[in-house]
Ligand binder design. Structure first.
Ligand SMILES: [Cu+2]
Length: 108
């Protein structure tokens, strides 16, 4: 059970982070062991919200060494990954459970 105090803190945090509140983020799906899209463009110097949806029937792990992120995505599930601000460049990501599944984030 969450006490009202913790609830109040969570509400305060949600209000303090308006940048994400109305931003749907960059959606990347995983379908048939492919990222869709495989190449995602994003602006440099900004915080980015990546939404990774697993539309497959097996678990995946969204992972990126250059972004320093790794998170399991259940079949039919969705995760949110916050990154940035990033410098221009190419940031590769992959499914650590199916390593041939790769994509990249082109930051410009
Ligand atoms: Cu991993």
């Amino acid at each position: 059970m969450v006490s009202w105090r913790i609830g109040a803190v969570l509400v305060a945090l949600a209000v303090a982070a308006p940048a994400w509140a109305d931003d749907a983020g960059i959606v990347i799906a995983i379908k048939d062991h492919q990222f869709v899209p495989q190449e995602v463009e994003a602006p440099a110097g900004q915080k980015l919200k990546l939404v990774v949806r697993n539309e497959g029937t097996t678990a995946s792990e969204f992972e990126s060494s250059s972004l320093h992120r790794e998170k399991v995505v259940k079949p039919g599930g969705e995760i949110t990954v916050l990154v940035g601000p990033l410098k221009p460049g190419d940031y590769e990501f992959f499914d650590d459970f199916h390593r041939e599944t790769r994509g990249h984030l082109a930051v410009k």
